[in-house]
Design a protein around this ligand. Structure first.
Ligand code: NAD
Ligand code: DAU
Length: 363
């Protein structure tokens, strides 16, 4: 961001009450757990609509902690958001609630507009009201590297890369990023944004590449690889993202953007082959057992070729680095899914099963 109003850096060490949106989802649950456990002096309020992607089972271990409270509600409902903020008077919002899956955005863009754009504006408006009595208030928007568009074979996304979103999902996240910045420049709302690459780890809903592939391998079903599997993603273990969010929240500067990524690029096909090998080993199967399930399917519409983050700013300014090597993170992830097959069966029943069978993967 260019011009910066004369704000203090984020004075959050004094914060007592933090509203985290989307805390029952994949990344949100890791962020909520980290904040509840690391900061017993903070009150953490988790606001989540519990869509197909939100699951309170993800937070079983902390649900009875005295500094944690769950509230079910829709960020797209302006009246609800305003009364919630007026009643609970948080000192900061960490905003993760979103429709997050690109394939779903291709099938139903409007739900992404409601949650990701309208929902974000509702939170921003309620934050402005809150700012009147809480001058150190902070609005932290968790965003994605997909706002920057698609890279060719070389280069990296930096914080000044021009926005060029291409899917309904990334367009809705780009819109929300722009609106967050607009509230900073227009109304002097203290904000910070981070844009992260692809996350993986426990509790990720099995519609995204890694948990979907693991789930299908477990059931010995075809593992769909879009197009030729040549697209590249930059993978980061979810707890490393949560650690970066903690750091940006406490030490980031109001008005700034921080890119977060693992410097860990993989072609999809190589990643799925590596997963197959890990599954062979873990399940005691002969070499090639799971790899034979890999099935090339029709490409995703408008499929971005490559994402890769230059994370030098957060490294140099805040001292963040990912802690896990990819193979180690993947092993932990595979172990978690193998130990939590009940979780997988529960979340893949109902609406998801219907989506899975009728939409994308039977083309
Ligand atoms: P997720 O889909 O697993 O979780 C989203 C959560 O938001 C769910 O708990 C859902 O119930 C909740 N939610 C959805 N609509 C809501 C609404 N209208 N009101 C209240 N709650 C609602 O998503 P995720 O993968 O954990 O992503 C979290 C955030 O991080 C998103 O903003 C996403 O854009 C961003 N992000 C994700 C990744 C990734 O790789 N998954 C990478 C970078 C950034
Ligand atoms: O880059 C950050 C983004 O990463 C986040 O903002 C999004 O919320 C998150 O969903 C993720 O988006 P992707 O589209 O990159 O993730 P997904 O897991 O859906 O796909 C990863 C790659 O794998 C992508 O190139 C598409 C491909 N793919 C995906 C699925 C689900 C397949 O080949 N087969 C599949 O079945």
């Amino acid at each position: 961001m260019a011009a910066k109003p004369d704000f203090k850096t984020c004075l959050i060490t004094m914060t007592k009450k933090i509203l985290i949106t989307g805390g029952a989802g994949f990344i949100g649950s890791h962020v909520v757990r980290r904040f509840v456990n690391h900061y017993p002096g903070y009150k953490i309020i988790n606001l989540d609509l519990l869509t197909y992607a939100g699951n309170l089972e993800n937070l079983k271990d902390i649900e009875r902690k005295p500094n944690y409270e769950f509230i079910k509600g829709d960020i797209a409902d302006s009246g609800f958001v305003h009364s919630l903020i007026a009643e609970h008077q948080p000192d900061a919002i960490i905003h993760l609630a979103a429709e997050s899956h690109v394939d779903r955005s291709i099938l139903n863009p409007l739900s992404f507009v409601y949650t990701n754009i309208v929902g974000t504006v509702n939170l921003l408006n309620a934050s402005l009201k809150r700012l009147e009595s809480s001058p150190d208030f902070l609005f932290y928007h968790i965003s994605t590297d997909e706002v920057y568009g698609s890279l060719g074979k070389d280069g990296f996304f930096t914080e000044v890369t021009r926005y060029d979103p291409r899917s309904p999902y990334s367009s809705s996240k780009a819109s929300s990023d722009h609106l967050v910045r607009a509230y900073f420049h227009t109304y002097q709302l203290p904000v910070v944004i981070s844009n992260c690459s692809n996350n993986y780890g426990p509790n990720q809903f099995p519609e995204k590449l890694i948990p979907l592939s693991l789930n299908n391998m477990l059931h010995e079903k075809p593992v769909p690889v879009y197009g030729k599997g040549e697209n590249v993603r930059d993978w980061l273990y979810v707890e490393d993202h949560a650690a970066a969010i903690d750091l940006v929240f406490h030490r980031g500067k109001a008005g700034e953007t921080y890119n977060i990524g693992g410097h860990n690029e993989w072609h999809n096909i190589d990643l799925v082959k590596l997963l197959s090998k890990i599954m062979d080993k873990k399940l005691g199967k002969p070499a090639g057992f799971h790899e034979r399930l890999i099935t090339y399917v029709k490409d995703r519409a408008g499929h971005d070729l490559r994402y890769a983050i230059d994370a030098s700013k957060i490294k140099n300014e805040l001292g963040w680095l990912p802690s896990l090597q990819f193979e180690e993170g993947l092993e932990k992830t595979v172990d978690w899914y193998l130990e939590n097959r009940d979780w997988l069966s529960r979340v893949t029943s109902g609406e998801y099963a219907n989506y899975y069978q009728t939409q994308y993967h039977t083309r």
